[in-house]
Design a protein around this ligand. Structure first.
Ligand code: SF4
Length: 409
């Protein structure tokens, strides 16, 4: 068995082997700053990626999956395409999938149909004998990439210089790189999901006066204000592209929540105008959104919660009810198809998939599975032991929170 690629933790730049840029978040189609359209076909797919129009593609996928049998475990994130979900042994959010992978120590290969930080988490939570494969290395997450390790280290140095590090507890969202989870573990912090962020914040405020929340400013703000009862004025935004984060030492000292300036490119698109528009178009509609949406969207909605909350809410909704859902479109489309007795529409009029999630398509999955059948481990995601240790420390703190055995985000 050979390993074609072992990928270091942190950022899309590291994945693609290019010098990191402080501004570029998605490096798709770029190599060393030069347009490279070939790389759009998938990083490190050495020319044998099946054609998407291959009429035998589904059959090839079935054959490869059958040949791998119990040696492989295929995970499909809720936001994946239908063609990929069809081959998933289990579907879920990132944390549930990582837990499911950890519960299958007999599986030699974990094929993670999701994005890079999720595959890192799976590698951290699975045994050393298991190998995690991401079918397309360009499947990153723009939110996770908005908090680079050096940027966060620099911010922490500013906290130390202001004498505030000892009274600040970092809390990192699951949607962060292994390097950021590791930073959080080393500095006494914890991880959160979108369904236990309130518990993680309460835990942190028992240990410090303020929280450095990474990397999604919206989840941090929404949780602090709507669930912990803090004021918007208690929150400041740390912009890593400005000197001293764009925050004065006095503002930093007074803040209870220091929100990293990151956001999800999908959920960040929804606006309060979308909510007003759908209410006008569909009288009686219920608006259901994810807490990665902006604060004005969440406060205008009828219900807010994690992906699993959205799924459960729609399952429990009465027949004939109307819903406008603000989350990723693949999931909303599947929920609409699964509940034909309810009217379920996407909150925004324009189509919006998670472009990086959609990098994983059937050709990449077939390529990864057929490679494993041939004895080649491709696109392996491996977190170095020190990073994995401290990330695990932060994850274990989250898992020890009351009720966290069943949390999802
Ligand atoms: S939906 Fe948002 S948070 Fe999730 S992978 Fe895509 S960009 Fe990242």
């Amino acid at each position: 068995m050979t390993v074609d690629a072992v990928v270091p933790a942190d950022t899309a730049a590291a994945r693609l082997g290019v010098a990191p840029s402080p501004l570029a978040q998605l490096l798709l189609g770029r190599t060393l700053g030069t347009a490279d359209l070939a790389s759009e076909r998938g990083v490190d797919c050495p020319g044998d990626l099946p054609s998407p129009s291959d009429p035998g593609l589904v059959e090839r996928a079935r054959r490869a999956r059958a040949a791998l049998g119990d040696r492989a475990f295929v995970l499909g994130h809720h936001y994946q395409r239908d063609e990929v979900i069809e081959f998933a042994d289990v579907t879920g959010d990132s944390f549930k999938l990582a837990q499911k992978a950890a519960a299958r120590p007999d599986a030699e290969f974990v094929l993670f149909c999701g994005v890079h930080f999720m595959a890192e988490s799976a590698d951290i939570l699975t045994g050393d004998h298991q190998q995690v494969v991401l079918p397309d290395l360009a499947a990153g997450c723009s939110m996770a990439d908005m908090a680079g390790l050096q940027q966060v280290e620099d911010a922490w140095a500013a906290f130390e210089a202001a004498g505030l590090a000892d009274s600040t507890v970092p809390v990192a969202y699951m949607n962060s790189t292994a390097a950021i989870k590791s930073f959080t573990g080393r500095h006494g912090g914890t991880i959160c999901t979108s369904s236990n962020a309130d518990r993680s914040l309460r835990w942190a405020f028992e240990r410090g006066e303020r929280v450095l929340f990474l990397p999604d400013q919206h989840l941090g703000r929404n949780t602090a204000v709507l669930q912990l009862g803090l004021e918007l004025d208690d929150c400041v935004v740390w912009n890593p592209h400005k000197p001293h984060g764009g925050v004065t030492p006095e503002q930093l000292r007074r803040a209870k929540m220091v929100l990293w300036r990151g956001h999800c490119s999908v959920h960040g698109r929804f606006s309060a105008a979308n909510v007003a528009d759908v209410r006008e178009r569909i009288p009686g509609v219920n608006v259901l959104v994810h807490p990665e949406c902006r604060h004005e969207v969440v406060t205008a909605a009828d219900s807010v919660g994690s992906t699993e909350h959205i799924i459960r809410t729609l399952e429990a909704a009465p027949p004939g009810s109307s819903w406008a859902v603000g989350t990723e479109l693949n999931l909303v489309s599947r929920l609409a198809a699964a509940h034909p007795d309810k009217s379920i529409v996407f909150l925004e009029r324009t189509v919006c998939y998670c472009s990086t999630m959609n990098r994983i398509d059937l050709p990449h999955l077939v390529w990864a599975m057929e490679s494993l059948v041939d004895g080649r481990v491709v696109n392996r995601i491996e977190v170095d032991p020190d990073t994995a240790h401290w990330a695990r420390v932060a994850l274990d703190r989250m898992l020890s929170l009351p009720g966290s055995g069943t949390t999802r985000g």
